[in-house]
Ligand binder design. Structure first.
Ligand code: TRP
Length: 445
């Protein structure tokens, strides 16, 4: 086994983790989930889920990763808990699964960069989405996106991931900020801000049973939790940085970018008179492309927007491929690049059905959101809270001036309230899957 790599700088780690977090989840899923779940009411629950459940769970992944300095599958044995290996296996398989359809959507984005440059969707954005989102062409662009991801991962942790995300993350923030300012000038956009920023308590209370699992699932997805990604990234932390400070930075930056994306998307939707919950998985693409088609500098703005989205999607896809690659890098003598290519090919194959039909993609997505993410986070929390306990507390405090009491408070949170919240989410998520499959006519709660 070769010498294990580490991040060159602390900023490098933070940006790589932010790059993992900020992705299609913020710009494609977030507006769509918000629209499907009652607007600002959803945002309230989502923000609570990010800070009360997502943040402590992220620290739990960091604690495991940094101490084990191993891939998520071997981490548990390394920490002296061989029986918990299943947690890592579950996360790694889930990363494999998520990347398979994530890359299909990434392929759409590549297609839209080109389509914006040529104005291909200007004559009808809905028809365009229908034509490019499924079929042989979608398979082709899925392959292109996967090849880009493999390219970065093959270069390695510092030269590939750290260097590329250092460039990508600031570009995303700058370009998105520019678009948000521009969206603020749109006529009729004010209704978008109202929908997005002022919660309706009645809507919230009446739909809590469906808002809760969607909001928690979204929090996990956007923070890259439950797939071993943060375990893996933390395993390259060779030094004594403060995990709570780094984690808080990552959570705040990711939330900021998500909210910023909403400030771009919602004014555009309302200025065009489009209902935000409509359009399903294609919503962001259809509506945004429709907006660019109507604007004077539409091609230019379109290319700008979809390039941002592509960078964001790539820096997230990298983290998913890294999870599976690192396991084999740690366990075989083959080179990182050979492994990345082989895994990329396998994940591409798993994603082909999603590229052949949007309803299939929607199923892959729903299984990830409602089942894999909550199950995987739940098992990890149980491990840290009930098996790793004292060692986890010590690891959280390493490199910080956090008091024993502060770390123990986190531990109790991770042992009790957080897993209960996730368990409730999991049950409600299974219910949503049953409704989607037609096994249940309507949700029971
Ligand atoms: N967080 C990314 C996004 O918002 C997606 C992602 C990357 C992810 N790595 C992950 C989701 C690990 C779950 C688990 O687009």
């Amino acid at each position: 086994m070769s010498q294990r790599e580490t991040w060159a700088t602390r900023v490098g780690f933070i940006l790589a983790a932010v790059g993992s977090a900020v992705g299609l989840g913020n710009i494609w899923q977030f507006p769509f989930q918000t629209g499907a779940n009652g607007g600002a009411a959803f945002i309230v629950v989502y923000l609570a889920a990010v800070f009360l459940i997502g943040f402590p769970a992220m620290l739990a992944e960091f604690v495991v990763g940094r101490r084990a300095e191993r891939n998520p599958i071997d981490a548990f044995a390394r920490l002296g808990h061989r029986n918990w290996k299943i947690v890592g296996v579950l996360g790694t398989l889930s990363a494999f699964w998520i990347l398979s359809f994530y890359s299909v959507v990434g392929g759409w984005v590549v297609r839209y960069v080109l389509g914006s440059a040529t104005g291909a969707y200007f004559s009808g954005s809905e028809a365009y989405f229908g034509a490019i989102s499924a079929g042989p062409e979608a398979v082709g662009f899925h392959a292109v996106f996967m090849a880009l991801t493999v390219g970065v991962v093959a270069l390695g942790v510092t030269d590939g991931i750290e260097r590329s995300t250092k460039l990508m993350v600031p570009s995303i923030v700058i370009l998105l900020g520019g678009l948000a300012v521009w969206a603020g000038t749109l006529e009729g956009g004010a209704a978008g801000y109202a929908y997005y920023l002022s919660p309706d308590v009645d809507v919230l209370l009446a739909n809590l049973g469906s808002i809760l699992p969607a909001a928690v699932g979204q929090a996990f997805f956007t923070l890259s939790l439950g797939m071993g990604a943060m375990i893996t990234y933390a395993s390259y932390l060779g030094r004594d940085d403060s995990l709570p400070v780094d984690g808080a930075t990552i959570v705040v930056l990711n939330t900021f970018v998500g909210l910023l994306a909403g400030l771009v998307v919602f004014p555009i939707l309302f200025s065009l008179g489009i209902e935000p919950g409509s359009g399903g998985l294609g919503a962001a693409f259809i509506t945004l492309a429709g907006a660019f088609a109507q604007l004077p500098a539409g091609r230019f703005l379109g290319v700008g927007f979809f390039v941002v989205l592509l960078l964001a999607a790539l820096s997230s896809a990298i983290s998913l491929l890294e999870v599976v690659t690192t396991y084999l890098v740690d366990n075989t003598d083959r080179s990182r690049s050979t492994l990345a290519v082989a895994l990329g090919a396998a994940i591409f194959a798993l994603g082909v059905p999603s590229a052949l039909g949007v309803p299939i993609l929607s199923w892959y997505n729903a299984i990830a959101y409602n089942l894999l993410l909550p199950l995987s986070v739940l098992t990890l929390l149980l491990f840290v809270g009930w098996a790793d306990t004292d060692d986890a507390v010590a690891e959280l405090r390493r490199g910080t001036d956090l008091s024993e009491g502060g770390a123990v408070a986190w531990l109790w949170f991770v042992r009790t309230l957080v897993p209960l919240g996730v368990l409730a989410t999991l049950l409600l998520g299974l219910q949503s899957l049953a409704v989607k499959a037609g096994l249940l006519a309507a949700p029971l709660v």
